[in-house]
Each structure stands twice: as C-alpha cells, then as structure tokens.
Design a protein around this ligand. Structure first.
Ligand code: GDP
Length: 302
C-alpha cells in the first residue's frame, strides 16, 4: 500500500502518476478537506473531488472540475440574480449531490466520498483527512475570511496575516486514514501547498503521531520548481509562515515527520533526492512517482 497525502493540483498529479506505477489496489490518497464549503445546498469537497477527477482522467484543462462540463445550473442561478461565484459545473454538482445525499442519510464523509469515486469508476481509495469538519480561514487586511472566499472573491491577492483552522481541536483522523498509514509501505507527502493543503492534514490531532509511528518511510515531493510554486498562492503562504521557497522551506514545514525529500536542491537535516519534479505530462507524473517510491525504499527508517 502506498499512501499519498494531497491537497489539490500538485498532490493530485502525483497521485495520478502513482496510479500508473502501483495500480489502484495499492493506492490510497488522504486528502485535505479544510477547504470544503457548503454551496447551493450541497457539500463541496474541492480537493477530494479534484484528486478523484485526476484519477478518473476527467480533470478539466482549467485545473479543476470535470472536462467538457456544462454550467447550466450556474447560468440559471445567475439569471435568477442569485450568487454563483463558486463555479460548479453541472456534472461536478452531480458529484456533490451524491456526497450530500449520503451525508444527510447519516453516512460519514469517508463513505460519502467513496460513493463519488465509485460513480466515476475510480478504484484507488480517496480518503478525506477526517470525517469531522475543519475549515481553513485566512486572516488578511484584519479580517478572517473562509478560504474559498479569500481565494475567489478576494482573488487571493490580499496580504496574508495568518491561517486559522476552525474545528481542528475536535477533529480526529478517520479510522480508514489511520489504518492506511499503519499498513503503508511508503507514505508520500505530495507537492501540495505545505501550509494550506498539507498543513491541515498534519494538524489533525493524532495524525502526525500516526505518521511518526508508521513503519513506512515518509517522503515529501517539493512543490517548488525553479524556486517557486508551479501555480497558486503557495509562495505567499510560505512567506507568511516565514519559510523559504524551495527544499529548505519544505523540510522545515514537515520537520519531525520527514525521512526524505524529493526536490531540486539539497536541504539541511534531511536526505534529499535531487530531481526535476515538474509533472507536465503523464510520462513525467509516472517518472516522479516511480523515483519517489524507489527513494523511499532506499531510506533507513529513523
Ligand atoms: P490547490 O492549490 O488546492 O490546487 O492544491 P495544491 O496545494 O495541491 O496545489 C498547489 C501546489 O501544487 C503548488 O504549490 C504547486 O507548486 C504544486 N504543483 C502543481 N503542479 C506541480 C508539478 O507539476 N510539480 C510539482 N513539484 N509541484 C506542482
């Protein structure tokens, strides 16, 4: 079993490469749910769905949502004068309906998300980090904004003064996530935003301890290429956390958890495999996945 910890884009691309290398039966992705949002009467799980769409080869070129989706529901809401700033395609919304119906029937988020994977024929497991609600808020301009509002309504451009995770103290890792971590032969922290995507996963009480106790080595793939994030607001969140962009910043963000790091340049205090981690093609995704697993297998477990 290979466990990948992921946010959206970066972790999802690596997970897709892992699928080719180890197969669906052996792949389990534990995904951030701190940017989940209630919208249009449904529970939206942006990162778990993004990972699922990547694994199903359905991801749209925009980088999120389902390829070729229509936006009839959004258009109808807009012409009714209703807010529709959180853009969900019609098929994307259908996946949210599948999840929400199960949640309303009393199922846990883990099994509701499994229904989405199953609807799209995804055999690998996509596990929400927790069945409990955790919501990331960004402090900016003296205001505390839910993450999606900060990113979409405010354009993610305002200076970041801090991140708060509402509900984190009461949240627990799901039993499925803990079991996968304990059974894993390799645990890979995907190249997602260390602060806003992986940070919430590591902050769930008990999860960090489970990684440290796991028999498998824990290896991260750096999200920095050419000294900066490939896309998105990672650089600004790292700066706010006073972490340098690049391998050293990643190593510091995951201090106490990492056995190794795949990055472009060395970093103090951790074994680094120097490699190009850009995953712009299926071949590159497979290459990064394969070399990360080989590196993990070569590491002595501390
Ligand atoms: P999102 O912002 O919710 O989509 O999710 P993530 O946190 O997973 O994605 C953003 C991170 O993915 C950024 O820090 C990017 O640098 C990283 N990323 C995207 N594509 C690639 C890639 O091809 N290689 C690497 N190493 N990182 C990537």
């Amino acid at each position: 079993m290979v466990v990948v910890l992921a946010g959206g884009t970066g972790g999802a691309k690596l997970a897709r490469g892992m699928l080719d290398v180890v197969g669906a039966e052996r792949l389990c992705v534990i995904v951030n749910t701190a940017d989940d949002i209630e919208a249009y009467g449904v529970h939206v799980s942006p990162d778990p769905d993004l990972v699922t769409y990547w694994l199903a080869d359905l991801i749209d070129e925009r980088g999120y949502g389902i390829r070729g989706d229509s936006f009839g529901v959004m258009e109808a809401l807009e012409s009714a004068g209703e807010p529709a700033w959180f853009r969900l395609g019609d098929r994307d919304l259908a996946m949210c309906l599948i999840r929400t119906e199960r949640l309303r029937a009393g199922e846990r988020l883990t099994s509701a998300q499994a229904a989405v994977a199953s609807a799209l024929g995804v055999g690998a497991r996509v596990l929400p980090m927790s069945d409990d609600p955790v919501r990331a808020h960004v402090r900016s301009d003296g205001r505390l904004r839910p993450f999606q509002e900060f990113m979409i309504l405010d354009g993610g451009a305002a200076p970041i003064e801090g991140v708060e995770l509402a509900g984190i103290e009461r949240a627990r890792p799901s039993p499925e996530a803990l079991a996968a971590i304990a059974a894993a032969e390799a645990i890979v922290i995907g190249p997602s935003n260390p602060i806003i995507s992986i940070g919430p996963i590591l902050a769930i009480p008990g999860l960090r301890a489970a990684l440290v106790a796991a028999r498998a080595p824990v290896v991260a793939v750096s999200p920095f290429v050419g000294g900066r994030a490939v896309k998105g607001p990672t650089d600004a969140f790292m700066a706010q956390a006073r972490l340098p962009l690049g391998a050293e910043g990643v190593a510091r963000a995951y201090a106490g958890v990492l056995d190794g790091l795949v990055a472009e340049e060395p970093a103090p205090g951790v074994a680094v495999l120097e490699a190009d981690t850009l995953m712009a093609s299926s071949q590159a995704r497979r290459r990064v996945a394969a070399l990360t697993l080989e590196f993990a297998a070569s590491l002595p477990r501390a």
